[in-house]
Design a protein around this ligand. Structure first.
Ligand code: ZN
Length: 83
């Protein structure tokens, strides 16, 4: 049985292959090269988001960063202990 790599389309043999969830078999080196290039966070591929969704995500990330920074500056109920 031979299966083709989802990235380079060449057959994947034996133990050098990995299975990409939702896609199929791939060469380990192809998968690693793709993973290094892809703008994914956990299961989210942000290059697949629309412009509006991306801006929403950006706002959300900035709000979270600001919120944590505020807490980190000793704003009362901080869970982080600074030494
Ligand atoms: Zn490949």
């Amino acid at each position: 049985m031979s299966l083709n790599c989802v990235y380079c389309k060449k057959p994947v043999f034996g133990t050098s292959g990995v299975t990409v969830p939702g896609s199929g078999p791939a060469h380990q080196h192809c998968y690693q090269a793709q993973a290094a290039l892809a703008r994914t966070f956990q299961a989210l591929d942000i290059s697949q988001l629309s412009d509006d969704e991306l801006l929403d995500l950006q706002d959300m990330v900035l709000a979270e960063v600001n919120d944590r920074r505020r807490k980190g500056e000793g704003g009362g109920d901080s869970e982080i202990e600074l030494f």
